[in-house]
Design a protein around this ligand. Structure first.
Ligand SMILES: Nc1ncnc2c1ncn2[C@@H]1O[C@H](COP(=O)(O)OP(=O)(O)OP(=O)(O)O)[C@@H](O)[C@H]1O
Ligand SMILES: [Mg+2]
Length: 290
């Protein structure tokens, strides 16, 4: 298989600056066809900026991006037709109703009228939006606006779907619905590029995870491999008011360490989670920046 068969997103040396600020710092990344790719990072790390650059919503200063074989700088329309984007800040037209927003999205992607009606009906039903269809955007709460934005992004059945913090602000029902949708799209072969602050979301859904900090990719692996990279067994213990964490290759080493601690209370031995990896790596990269 050559690169264009296996990778639907190919990012090379991507740089995006805001004045002096390097929001995306020479990013190289390939996203494989059909995978759920999770993009994690602390606030301000550069996730949204990366998503906006690669999904053609904003231009960039250096580098190149290919989506489904289309260079986004040379052939943005072909690239746009392959992708759907659900932005962190919902971007519906406030002067229109929810239905009108959906129709305008469908028209943008040249979806035939009969297909458009069927697709709107199907997705509206799935997301429980029927009673809101004829209401103006601003009469909906944030979570319901987000559901409507998700429907808009999915109307043209894109090959690649970008979801920037899709579940922040959603209630538990809507979050579970979205997870189910992501899983069913994955089964149908859609490639998903997902940013999230919910580590359990990345653990539950993602085939591979990239961690970005200060605009740089600092890790890129399957979740389990990332956990193994810092030590698959964690020891959590109290030191005064603070909780400290140490990681070990196996349970025996972890138990030996736990036995060597002065205190016997508040010691927990457990599997390392993606959250541990996140805190370890971004903590280290923050140290390195000082
Ligand atoms: N339009 C802009 N003008 C100036 N600086 C910006 C702009 N957009 C983003 N930045 C800066 O670029 C950096 C990356 O921001 P970005 O929104 O991509 O981070 P993020 O990882 O998505 O954060 P969060 O988790 O808070 O959503 C931040 O320092 C931010 O302040
Ligand atoms: Mg963001």
């Amino acid at each position: 298989m050559n690169e264009s068969d296996s990778d639907v997103i190919v990012i090379r040396n991507l740089v995006k600056r805001f004045g002096e600020k390097m929001a995306v710092d020479h990013l190289d990344l390939n996203v494989h066809n059909g995978e759920i790719f999770g993009f994690l990072g602390p606030n301000g790390a550069g996730k949204t900026t990366t998503v906006r650059c690669i999904s053609t919503l904003t231009d960039f200063d250096e580098g190149s991006v290919e989506i489904c074989g289309h260079d986004t700088s040379k052939d943005p329309i072909a690239a746009k037709n392959c992708i759907g984007v659900i932005q962190q800040q919902v971007s519906l037209d406030k002067d229109l109703t929810i239905r009108e927003n959906m129709i305008s999205h469908a028209m943008y992607h040249d979806i035939r009228k009969d297909e458009r009606s069927a697709r709107i009906a199907e997705l509206t039903e799935y997301f429980g939006l029927a009673e809101y269809l004829n209401k103006p955007v601003d009469s909906l709460s944030g979570g319901w606006k987000k559901r409507a934005a998700i429907v808009c992004a999915m109307l043209h059945d894109p090959e690649v779907l970008f979801l920037d913090e899709p579940t922040s602000g959603l209630d538990i029902n809507a979050r579970r619905l979205l997870w189910d949708i992501v899983k069913s799209l994955h089964k149908r072969g859609t490639t998903i590029f997902l940013t999230t602050h919910y580590i359990e979301e990345a653990e539950a859904l993602c085939d591979r995870v990239g961690i970005i900090d200060h605009g740089k990719l600092i890790a890129l692996e399957e979740p389990k491999t990332l956990c193994d990279s810092i030590g698959s067994i964690a020891v959590e213990y109290a030191d005064g008011e603070k909780t400290l964490y140490r990681y070990f290759r196996n349970r025996q080493e972890a138990q030996d360490f736990a036995s060597s601690l002065e205190t016997e209370s508040d010691i927990r031995i457990r599997k390392t989670s993606l959250e541990d990896v996140f805190v370890e790596l971004t903590g280290r990269s923050a140290e390195a920046m000082r």
